[in-house]
Design a protein around this ligand. Structure first.
Ligand code: DGL
Length: 337
């Protein structure tokens, strides 16, 4: 019979961490007012019986939190669980259900430190499952379909939202309270339509098996903080970060990562104490911070974040500083990942 020849379904593990995809609102009209991180993973899976058509699925509840509350320690716990599962022969792909607020940070982190070619797909929802036109069920179906697909292998960590397949490195939550919230400045990698993935591009930056960083060899991420640049900015944030003992600061500068004249001295002082200074930009919809353009980075021994937005630059710096304190090595890492 045909079932005898149906190739065995891919085995996909769903790691649930919370967020709106596990959210519940008081009424179907509540698409933006609801409680995140309520529904357990087995109920999420039961809510989409069609998952069984695309993969052999099982779930684990790693956390049950709103993603704005993720800590470095929780990132490490999740990363080590993903790494352990990826090594198992009875796991072909991994899906992580996650709040959308910091989904892009977790996706980039896993892209940097998990050594596997198997698909890892991070997925969330902009509306709770209780809302009219909820997006979580289809997003989850798409994530499992991609995690089960052989052609999703070796593409780095992926994000499926709103029918699109995005690179975990590039994607960011660009819009609030709309289902088309996730954008990549360089474009999506592909689409999922009716459970089938269609690819149009592949990542060129280093990731997963080509990364020099390995979650299994990392104990603790380095403390890195971000400050926003704007007119009349004071140096108070950088003074406070210095007192807190940061290893790097990310300057989310105006324009091409500009630094106000009266802020340069405090950044030079931090650099002098061994704190890495990384110029990113509050302008995040495309382009990239050019070294030695707005500031003499060579002279000040500063680093530029390239095209990475401030929150992604923090993730890369937190990982890179577990392996090097050399600013030239750090700049190489920001060019390559
Ligand atoms: N509290 C936000 C979070 O957990 C809700 C946003 C969402 O998951 O869509 O990221």
């Amino acid at each position: 019979s045909s079932t005898a020849f149906a190739d065995a379904k891919s085995k996909v593990v769903i790691l649930a961490t919370g967020g709106t995809i596990a959210g519940a609102g008081a009424t179907a009209a509540n698409s933006a007012t609801y409680q995140a991180a309520k529904v357990p993973v087995d109920k999420l899976i039961a809510g989409v019986p069609e998952l069984a058509d695309v993969a052999d699925v099982r779930g684990e509840q790693v956390f049950q939190i709103a993603s704005e509350s993720f800590t470095n320690e929780q990132l490490m716990t999740l990363g080590k669980r993903v790494s352990a599962l990826a090594k198992q022969d009875d796991v072909d792909g991994i899906v992580i259900t996650h709040g959308t607020d910091t989904l892009e940070e977790t996706a980039f982190f896993l892209n940097l430190v998990v050594h596997t070619d198997k698909p890892i797909v991070v997925v969330g929802a902009m509306r709770p499952g209780t809302a009219l036109s909820a997006d979580g069920m289809l997003n989850l179906y798409d994530a499992v379909a991609v995690a089960a697909a052989k052609d999703a292998r070796s593409k780095g960590v992926l994000v499926t939202m709103n029918d699109e397949i995005q690179s975990g490195r590039d994607v960011t939550k660009a819009i609030n309270i709309r289902t088309e919230a996730f954008k990549s400045p360089w474009g999506a990698l592909g689409m999922v339509v009716e459970g089938k993935s269609y690819w149009f591009r592949a990542p060129v930056k280093r990731h997963t098996t080509s990364s020099e960083f390995d979650i299994d060899k990392i104990e603790k991420l380095a403390p890195v903080e971000v400050a926003y640049g704007y007119g009349n900015m004071s140096e108070a944030a950088y003074r406070a970060f210095d007192k807190a003992g940061v290893k790097a600061v990310i300057h989310a500068g105006t324009g091409n990562g500009s630094v106000a004249k009266h802020i340069v001295p405090v950044l030079q002082e931090l650099r002098g104490k061994g704190v890495q200074v990384i110029r990113s930009a509050r302008v995040t919809s495309g382009g990239f911070v050019l070294r030695n353009a707005e500031q003499p980075d060579d002279k000040y021994d500063w680093v530029v974040s390239h095209d990475l937005n401030p929150q992604k630059a923090r993730i890369l710096a937190a990982v890179a500083l577990t392996r090097t304190q050399d600013s030239k090595e750090l700049q190489r890492i920001f060019w390559e990942y």
